[in-house]
Design a protein around this ligand. Structure first.
Ligand code: KPL
Length: 303
């Protein structure tokens, strides 16, 4: 049985794609799971179906745990349940950005912990509807020593989902590549309250993107993550913004729904890293502060 911690859009996508009976949701201590979680699943191409996912109990032996919580609640969610599971059960972290994975690894270095980077697109336009909005790729790789030999078997295990999954030894490099894209798109969409493509013509973006890309390039180089020039990073960000022009980014969606954003694990992480490495990051800092202000304001309005 595969346990999924985090019943949001991504967790529901995995539960819907894995064969029936192979996956269930892991309740957090504060959750009082009732019967199965039932929702409609609209695949990328195909007929809408209804999915029934069980809540798992202490009697269910898990072969694999997928953690699909938001970055900010991951550590606490894992801490609340991990003692229930055998020490050799692999744990795969699906969080955006960086920082949450490192916190988990620092706390449980002897557990087989892997991280995943995914470009699958899923959203929940209604609470009981899961839409697989875009197909993508998922890379899985080891974060701790006991996970070193596990990417291949984990990928084989998850291949029954029909999603496209690859083993990746250098998963941190993959996470960085996605971090760069998220750092250059997500905060702008949240601040401007617009779809991804619309940021490109804005004066906020035009006035700060070169500075941001210089910061990203310096941080990557100092972290041993490559020698990409600022212009190359800008080009990569803009290609994704064009290709996903009509999308609402995950950060804009969080702000619109009054949820905590992942800014602390994207531009916030880069700001903290800059402080550690002695690299100035004024644009990352400005974007972090402005999104934090924006989301605390929107949370006040929706609570
Ligand atoms: O990953 C994304 C996100 O919204 O978090 C992008 C690539 C910006 C697509 O919307």
């Amino acid at each position: 049985m595969i346990g999924i911690l985090g019943a949001g859009a991504l967790g529901r996508l995995w539960a819907a794609c894995l064969p029936a009976g192979r996956a269930g949701f892991i309740p957090r201590p504060a959750e009082l799971p009732g019967a199965n979680t039932r929702y409609r699943f609209r695949p990328f191409d195909g007929q809408e179906t209804t999915v029934d996912v069980p809540w798992l109990g202490p009697e269910d032996a898990l072969e694999l745990i997928l953690v699909t919580t938001k970055a900010g609640s991951t550590f606490e969610a894992i801490a609340g349940v991990i003692d229930r599971f055998a020490r050799h059960t692999p744990v795969v972290l699906f969080q955006n950005g960086l920082g949450s994975q490192q916190a988990v690894v620092a706390q449980w270095p002897d557990r087989p912990i892997l991280a995943a980077s995914t470009t699958e697109g899923a959203n929940r336009p209604e609470p009981d509807l899961l839409v697989h909005a875009g197909t993508g790729d998922t890379w899985i790789g080891p974060m701790t020593e006991p996970a070193q030999g596990l990417p291949g078997t984990t990928v084989n295990f998850l291949n029954t989902s029909g999603l496209t999954i690859h083993a990746e030894q250098d998963i941190v490099q993959r996470l960085w590549q996605k971090l760069i894209i998220n750092a250059g798109i997500n905060p702008y969409t949240a601040l401007l309250d617009c779809p991804n493509g619309d940021i490109l013509a804005s004066s906020l973006y035009q006035g700060t993107i070169n500075g941001l890309c210089h910061e990203l390039s310096a941080l990557m180089r100092a972290s041993g993550q490559g020698e990409d020039a600022p212009d190359a990073l800008r080009q990569r960000i803009e290609t994704v913004a064009h290709n996903t022009a009509g999308n609402t980014s995950s950060m804009r969606a969080d702000v619109l729904k009054g949820r905590t954003t992942e800014i602390d694990f994207i531009n916030g992480y880069l700001t903290r890293l800059g402080k550690q490495l002695g690299i100035n990051t004024p644009v990352n800092q400005m974007l972090t502060q402005r999104v934090q202000q924006l989301s605390s304001h929107s949370q006040e309005q929706t609570n």
